[in-house]
Design a binder for this molecule. Structure first.
Ligand SMILES: Cc1cc2nc3c(=O)[nH]c(=O)nc-3n(C[C@H](O)[C@H](O)[C@H](O)COP(=O)(O)OP(=O)(O)OC[C@H]3O[C@@H](n4cnc5c(N)ncnc54)[C@H](O)[C@@H]3O)c2cc1C
Length: 416
């Protein structure tokens, strides 16, 4: 399949607008929010809510009219647009970007496995009223990379036509914003049959205000300190039957299990994480080049390698790695826009970008000497912020495992 690496003009214009948000709203608040964890980026939230609420309303209108499918004359640009925006806002400040009032991961899950009725019902709240957040809760104290180990149970009560959820989720991005600070939603993964492994895992939409749902510990973190990461306790939480995304049926077949929904969610969200990583890396690289230029060090292009200084080579290597990660990310997103299956490409992009942002931000700190390590500049913060991209949405190792399985043709049981 041919993929164009041109970003559509409309998206580039939107990126310019978001660059202004990044420079004028996010960057000035960056250090304050880093040093005052759990305070909210109110200016950013307010600015984004007006934009996103309108966009959500238009998307829902299209869905209602049956116009949500890609048009005949060509593929859509939904995912390419999303990665461009994620990259630009993360260049501004990734912690604030994660506080974007939108369906976020809950939206990806609903999009991937929800019915049209569910999309309209759950996403409507993001098109009206006050800012709201969506989140997804998979991780548990005993289940991180090995998601099949989740212990949260969902038991059906035929008398009330409800699912009863019990368990504890941890490290849920925007969990508190979604359930305690807004009328948002969290897609909670629970098992309807513990003996069925991944086949028994199902996503349930838990709405703010549901009795039996409480926010537990809110994490104090190494980076992305403007973003809220919370535990969610489910104690006999009753969820209407129609809040289960997909079918309640447990099908024991590799690739067709309940987990398929989670994979479809990650296919959409991993390119976003990769793009976000690249935004942080670009912030560090641009800052480094600016500081080097102040000291008379320019980065020449088209000059033989042996004529470059060690610092110039380092910078070119950083730039090249970021570009490679971006091209993989663009491919993964573009495939989704073309309606193609992109699990392999989404994991490839995520692995690459997670590693690259870690290396690039560390190298920037290193090359900037003592000031690189100082809190006077944001570069040390970008180094802390960048690392998360190698952890959530599947760690670097797990995504590498997915890539290996797909290339070599092994199942998850055969290659662990
Ligand atoms: C800030 C933050 C926000 C998060 N947000 C969310 C969220 O919104 N929703 C959510 O559900 N989760 C979230 N998470 C959880 C995140 O997805 C998990 O941390 C991640 O999946 C890894 O799980 P773990 O931390 O339990 O590590 P473990 O699974 O215990 O792994 C520890 C280490 O071992 C490696 N490892 C494990 N298995 C293998 C293997 N088979 N082969 C090779 N290496 C392996 C891992 O790569 C890792 O380096 C968040 C985490 C953080 C830190």
């Amino acid at each position: 399949m041919a993929i164009s690496f041109e970003i559509p003009e409309r998206v580039l214009q939107e990126r310019e607008m978001l660059k202004s948000v990044a420079e004028n709203i996010m960057r000035p608040e960056s250090r304050y929010l880093d040093e005052h964890e759990h305070q909210r980026p109110h200016s950013f939230i307010k600015a984004m809510w007006y934009v996103l609420r309108d966009q959500q309303a238009k998307a829902l209108q299209k869905l209602t009219n049956g116009e949500d499918k890609p048009k005949r004359e060509g593929p859509g640009i939904t995912y390419v647009r999303m990665i461009v925006l994620a990259e630009q806002l993360s260049w501004g400040d990734v912690g604030q970007y994660l506080c974007m009032p939108a369906p976020l991961l809950a939206g990806s899950a609903i999009e991937a496995v929800g019915t049209k009725e569910q999309k309209l019902r759950f996403l409507k709240r993001f098109a009206e009223g006050e800012p709201k957040w969506g989140a997804m809760a998979m991780t548990e104290p005993g289940a991180g990379s090995d998601t099949s180990a989740i212990q949260t149970t969902a038991t059906f009560d035929p008398e009330t036509n409800e699912w009863i959820l019990n368990g504890e989720k941890i490290f849920c991005t925007n969990g508190k914003l979604a359930l305690e600070e807004s009328d948002g939603i969290v897609v909670v993964w629970a098992t309807v049959d513990r003996n069925a492994g991944r086949a028994g895992m199902k996503p349930f939409v838990v709405e703010a205000g549901t009795p039996g749902v409480k926010i537990g510990k809110v994490e104090i973190k190494h980076g992305i300190r403007a973003s809220d990461t919370a535990a969610i306790v489910l104690d006999n939480a009753r969820i209407p039957a129609e809040n289960l995304l997909g079918s309640p049926e447990v099908i024991q077949r590799e690739g067709t299990a309940g987990f398929k929904g989670a994979m479809a969610t990650f296919d959409a969200s991993r390119p976003m994480v990769a793009a976000s990583a690249i935004g942080v890396g670009r912030a560090a690289l641009e800052f480094l080049k600016e500081k080097l230029a102040e000291h008379g060090i320019q980065i020449p292009y088209g000059v033989p390698y042996h004529q470059l200084s060690a610092v110039q080579r380092d910078v070119l290597e950083m730039e090249m790695q970021l570009k490679a990660a971006w091209l993989l990310t663009l491919r993964a997103a573009s495939m989704l826009d073309h309606g193609l299956h992109n699990s392999l490409e989404a994991s490839m992009a995520k692995v690459k970008a997670g590693k690259v942002v870690t290396q690039v931000t560390q190298k920037a700190v290193e090359l900037l000497g003592t000031m690189g390590y100082s809190r006077e500049w944001l570069v040390e913060k970008w180094m802390r912020d960048g690392k998360i991209n190698d952890i959530y949405e599947g760690t670097g190792q797990i995504n590498l495992l997915i890539v290996a399985r797909r290339i070599l043709g092994y199942t998850s049981r055969e290659l662990q």
